[in-house]
Design a protein around this ligand. Structure first.
Ligand code: AQP
Length: 337
């Protein structure tokens, strides 16, 4: 009998239960989480503390937390092999975040583009939580000394901040406590854009439902959203580099490529010269085929909230057991009695 091989490291990742989970979350995150769980020790968290940085109705939030957990599992995350839990159940996230609030610098947070994008001109009215969100994200990751974080390209800047915080903490306290965590970003699917505007990412919080493909959309809804997706009048080119100035066309080709696990060049070669009428039909078929098993499994799981709650509770106990020694080490280094 061969001994089980050692994991390549420890992964932490999460999504905010701030609305319906969508195709961007699936291709940029969940699908990769499932693929990585055999090679890494993996913690996948429903980051409900992040979600309340913008207003969430308490009743809706409970349903959204369960929906997120169901989406992870339906995408292939196995709660036995991975640790699946919700953030607010492990108090160490908040405790370490406070320490990091005292390590992180205002100048660093002022450079975070996601905060600027989210608040726009309403900076004065944004919650303080939204501003210090990247410090909590650093705490999420470093509470478990995670070595790798699989994320969409939009989170790269936050991960760089996590590394800055780890480095400054280690320097300030003269101990090598935290690792410098590496992002794991996939080539295809790393950045799925809005169906209505190729310059904006597909997002849960976009007010228009037509901008995103939700994992719980039925086949008719999906077909309608793809039919109405913005494109241009040109046919598809033979190679993907010719899509550089055509963001909406590039996005649809990218979605097709990511779902089929092929390159964008391969998709262009297949559809060269075809118009978007034909391409959208083929894309709809692929989206429906790939997403309908996930949609069905999510619905099945959400019909059994007690099961989801038990998974989250078990996961929180396992996560707490990993977090406790790290938090004890940090508190000792900081000089808490
Ligand atoms: N459009 C996207 N393309 C690729 N990956 C994406 N992710 C999110 N949107 C896309 C990845 O999904 C994971 C979970 O993201 P999140 O829910 O924590 O936060 P977010 O990036 O802020 O997602 P949304 O949908 O835009 O939420 P709201 O609107 O609530 O802010 C992350 O790994 C993210 O990269």
């Amino acid at each position: 009998m061969t001994a089980p091989s050692k994991p390549a490291g420890r992964i932490f990742s999460g999504a905010q239960p701030s609305g319906n989970m969508h195709l961007g979350n699936y291709l940029g995150a969940f699908r990769n989480w499932a693929r990585l769980q055999d090679d890494y020790e993996a913690l996948y968290c429903v980051v409900d503390m992040h979600a309340i940085t913008v207003w969430q109705d308490p009743q809706d939030l409970q349903a959204q937390i369960r929906e997120a957990a169901a989406a992870y599992m339906a995408s292939g995350v196995d709660p036995e092999r991975s640790i699946l839990y919700n953030q607010s159940k492990v108090a160490g996230h908040a405790e370490l975040a406070w320490i990091f609030n005292c390590v992180s610098r205002l100048g660093w947070l002022n450079r975070m583009t996601q905060f600027k994008d989210k608040v726009g001109k309403n900076r004065e009215k944004a919650s303080v939580g939204l501003y210090i969100y990247p410090n909590l994200m650093a705490a999420d990751i470093l509470l478990y000394k995670a070595t790798h974080v699989p994320v969409g390209a939009d989170q790269k800047q936050h991960l760089e901040l996590t590394r800055d915080i780890a480095q400054k903490f280690n320097n300030d306290y003269g101990e090598d406590i935290f690792p410098l965590t590496e992002p794991v970003i996939q080539a295809e699917g790393a950045r799925i854009m809005s169906l209505r505007d190729g310059s904006k990412k597909m997002s849960k919080s976009d007010p228009s439902e037509m901008t995103r493909i939700n994992l719980n959309d039925d086949a008719d809804t999906l077909a309608n959203k793809i039919r109405k997706a913005r494109t241009d009048a040109e046919p598809l080119p033979g190679t993907a580099d010719k899509l550089d100035e055509r963001p909406e066309a590039a996005n649809l080709v990218g979605i097709y490529a990511a779902l089929m696990d092929v390159s964008r060049d391969a998709v262009c070669a297949e559809f060269e010269g075809k118009g978007f009428g034909d391409f959208k039909k083929a894309l709809t078929e692929v989206v429906v085929t790939k997403l309908s098993p996930i949609t069905e499994e999510m619905a099945r799981l959400q019909n059994d909230p007690a099961y989801i709650d038990q998974v989250l509770k078990d996961g929180a106990e396992r996560a707490s057991a990993l977090a406790e020694p790290v938090l004890a080490e940090v508190k000792r280094a900081v000089g808490y009695l």
